[in-house]
Design a protein. Structure first.
Length: 416
């Protein structure tokens, strides 16, 4: 169960709310934007058939290595971090090759045995420079030529149909899973991009998709006015509140926050139809840690932020604080005999109340427990919210011309 509450006054009229519903319905029905339909895709069945045929257990696969960056890795990392403590998680190790930091690459591959590993190369374009560079290094490091059976038996590709990587996969007979052309990388975690590695790790990916579908269906049944109102408020107050803070009260959300930062920043930082630079700067922080770092800025700093609090009701783990009194530290004894669960819960509530008292616009998402269903719900919640904000900002939410400019400049630097 997930509950949501706004602690600011909604301002959109019924007509404005209904127009947002119509806009996103048009996006979905026109086939221009494909992430809406991922929860009903047959991709998971194809992945399950592939896993059964490959027989990963019999082959002794201990490592799942995801080679990708940005939208090709952040969503999978976020979901794994949220679910890694659940019973479904098997013993396979998940390794990411993302950044081209040479120290990180060497550290991540330390002790990795090629024959015990399955590598998933993910690139929507098929030619992402960081990703192809990693694979070239793996070929040399493990002496696994791309045309060899050794390479073919330990790799799968995920890319757009017809991309250079798709063509390579067909040439060398490596399994290829396609990302729908109308699904951008940062919206792709519920495609093969996330489903293949997450299913290989033992997660209930069917429940993940069911959670996403439940909110998507509720939205297109026009039962999600609170979500539309939130997006409208953010977009229409962007000049007053240009910073959006996601304050998540569980360490497991650290990677989810990073996924949100990419989704929000790359989708909404655009030039609108009138030539204005628009968007909201995303900031992800973790409670209670950031009560001791960022909270001061929220309370007494510039009034230029909106805040979303994420609260977990049931951590599914109970830890008690013993009734121990430390000399000179008696003033901390008020928590003795209580659980850490109650402490983080109370800290979340106290922090939220203190922020609201300062007149800051706050909303809360309360998650009953962290499981696959609720994680799927949270993924599509933020995807829908991003689309709603893009609608109200009057931008193309799904392109990224600024990123492409940087890629062109990088290529020029290697021409000399």
């Amino acid at each position: 169960m997930i509950k949501r509450e706004l602690f600011f006054e909604p301002e959109a009229s019924a007509e404005v709310v209904n127009e947002a519903y119509r806009a996103l319905e048009e996006e979905m029905q026109s086939e221009r934007v494909g992430y809406y339909k991922l929860p009903e895709s047959d991709m998971l069945s194809k992945i399950e058939d592939f896993i059964a045929a490959y027989d990963f257990d019999a082959k002794g696969i201990k490592n799942i290595v995801v080679i990708g960056i940005g939208g090709s890795s952040l969503g999978t990392r976020a979901i794994d971090a949220l679910l890694c403590h659940t019973p479904q998680r098997n013993g396979r190790k998940l390794i990411f090759l993302e950044n081209v930091d040479p120290v990180e690459i060497k550290t991540n591959l330390d002790g990795v045995v090629f024959e015990e590993s399955f590598f998933i190369m993910i690139s929507k374009s098929g030619s992402t420079i960081e990703t192809t560079s990693h694979v070239k290094y793996l070929i040399g490091h493990f002496h696994a030529p791309v045309e060899s059976e050794k390479f073919r038996n330990h790799f799968a590709f995920i890319t757009d149909e017809g991309s250079p990587l798709d063509l390579l996969g067909k040439d060398i007979k490596v399994p290829v899973f396609h990302i729908p052309h109308n699904v951008g990388g940062r919206f792709s975690v519920l495609s093969a991009v996330g489903l293949l590695p997450l299913t290989l790790l033992g997660y209930d990916t069917r429940a993940l998709l069911e959670g996403a579908k439940s909110l998507k269906d509720s939205f297109f049944a026009r039962n999600e006015d609170i979500l539309v109102q939130k997006g409208h408020y953010y977009a229409t107050h962007r000049e007053t509140f240009p910073i959006n803070v996601l304050f998540s009260y569980a360490s497991a959300f650290t990677a989810f926050n990073a996924w949100y930062v990419q989704l929000w920043g790359e989708s909404l930082g655009k030039i609108d139809r009138e030539g204005k630079h628009v968007g909201m700067t995303p900031v992800g922080i973790i409670g209670s840690i950031d009560q001791h770092s960022f909270l001061q800025l929220l309370i007494e700093g510039p009034r230029d932020k909106t805040v979303t609090m994420i609260k977990v009701v049931d951590f599914q783990t109970e830890l008690q604080i013993p009734d121990v009194s430390l000399p000179h530290l008696e003033k901390t004894d008020y928590v003795n005999g209580h659980s850490f669960n109650k402490l983080i819960d109370a800290e979340c509530d106290a922090t939220m109340e203190s922020i609201i008292q300062q007149g800051i616009s706050v909303d809360k998402i309360e998650i009953g427990k962290i499981d696959a269903y609720n994680v799927g719900y949270m993924i599509i919640y933020y995807e829908l919210l991003t689309s709603i904000c893009g609608h109200f900002l009057g931008i193309d939410t799904y392109n990224q011309p600024g990123v492409e400019l940087g890629k062109r400049i990088l290529k020029e630097k290697f021409k000399s």
